[in-house]
Design a binder for this molecule. Structure first.
Ligand SMILES: *Cc1c(COP(=O)(O)O)cnc(C)c1O
Length: 373
């Protein structure tokens, strides 16, 4: 088993969810577990949340089916909806709630109804309020509602959903504009859909845009204790769920003027003790992280030096005690070094780093479950 380990603190995950749930009240809160629960492991995370969760959201039907196969009974919203006609049968079979965001989807539902097949229990209808990625435009909303009425779908089976393009900057003008468009669109829906049930907020909006409060919030990244904001702040009491560690596999002293790693990208200014750590970009540690990216060794912060390789990276041990050596554990991110600090150095966001972790061992802790060792 790899000694490079992603330790997943399920107690922290649960506590983060409960903090977000409190924030979302009186609305409900979907735990977004797409992309293998942002790299934390879909099934263990979902099972840890299952006793308290209002529902889950995933990107694709396949992820929803995996949750059902693991015994999850809570509502599951599939954010990207169906990718083709075949997928619709998975929605009925696994009791998944699709996001309907395209005219093709209405066509498929009508086809279902004509064949006497059951429609999904709930339909989430997406309105494009300015992101221009998925969703019906505001002016199409009325006719979508009328089509749903013809299918016998009433207010209680529809959730009107939108997604904010700039929630990571809560004061951005685009947020107020999108929220206004959404409110106007909902106000113009025909009577049988009034008052509409809706879903707006991702993590950032739930935490920082009170006007985005709705019946169902959809936080993802905040559940995992990483920042949803452009300024990379993480509000208390959220705390990191993943700690990524790897062992030191070799150490050496080099003289001033000597280089380290590919391209000689680091040149020692003084005699330097180099530690080689058994993790690299093939495991999801970003190759773009430059010299100076923080890491923690036995509670002390030091830095990477030179380029990140596929299977290893190098760190500066010069100022650390001699007891740090082969076998010592290095934290790449977690409680001591936030994933957002690494992301800032690497020119990306915590989201990408977390969901790219692979080829490491997963240890689940913090909860009494057969998964926890
Ligand atoms: C991924 C996603 C979310 C969760 O976003 P976070 O920024 O991780 O909270 C919410 N809604 C939709 C539509 C998404 O695709």
């Amino acid at each position: 088993m790899r000694l490079s380990v992603a330790t997943i603190d399920l107690a922290a995950l649960l506590a983060n969810y409960q903090a977000l749930q409190a924030q979302g009240r009186p609305g409900k809160v979907l735990a977004v577990v797409k992309a293998n629960a942002y790299g934390h492991g879909l099934i263990p995370c979902a099972l840890a949340l299952a006793p308290v969760v209002d529902g889950f959201a995933v990107a694709f039907a396949e992820e929803g089916a995996a949750l059902r196969q693991a015994g999850v009974r809570a509502p599951i919203v599939v954010l990207e909806g169906a990718l083709n006609r075949e997928e619709w049968s998975a929605f009925a079979h696994h009791r998944l709630w699709p996001v309907i965001h395209h005219a093709d989807h209405l066509g498929a539902l009508m086809g279902f109804a004509r064949c006497g097949k059951p429609l999904p229990e709930q339909l989430w209808v997406k309105i494009d309020t300015g992101m221009h990625r998925l969703g019906f435009s505001p002016c199409q909303a009325r006719s979508v509602a009328e089509s749903l009425s013809k299918l016998g779908v009433d207010r209680n089976r529809v959730v009107w959903i939108t997604h904010l393009a700039c929630a990571d900057e809560p004061k951005h003008d685009a947020n107020a504009l999108a929220l206004n468009r959404f409110a106007q669109t909902l106000a113009a829906l025909p009577d049988p859909f009034q008052p509409p049930i809706c879903s707006i907020a991702n993590s950032a909006a739930l935490l920082a845009i009170p006007a985005a409060a709705s019946h169902w919030a959809r936080p993802g990244i905040a559940l995992y204790g990483a920042s949803p904001f452009a300024d990379r702040s993480l509000p208390a009491p959220l705390r990191p769920v993943m700690t990524l560690t790897a062992p030191i596999m070799a150490t050496r002293w080099i003289d001033a003027g000597e280089q380290v790693g590919y391209g000689g990208a680091f040149v020692a200014e003084q005699r330097t003790r180099v530690g080689v750590v058994a993790i690299g970009y093939a495991d999801g540690y970003p190759r773009t992280a430059p010299t100076g990216t923080p890491v923690a060794v036995e509670g002390r912060i030091t830095r990477t030096i030179g380029r990140v390789s596929m299977d290893m990276l190098t760190i500066d041990l010069t100022d650390l005690p001699e007891t740090v050596g082969v076998g010592s554990s290095v934290e790449l991110w977690g409680a001591a070094v936030s994933v957002d600090a690494v992301a800032a150095q690497a020119g990306t966001i915590g989201y990408e780093l977390l969901c790219r972790v692979q080829r490491v061992s997963y240890h689940y802790c913090g909860m009494e479950s057969p998964l926890c060792q």
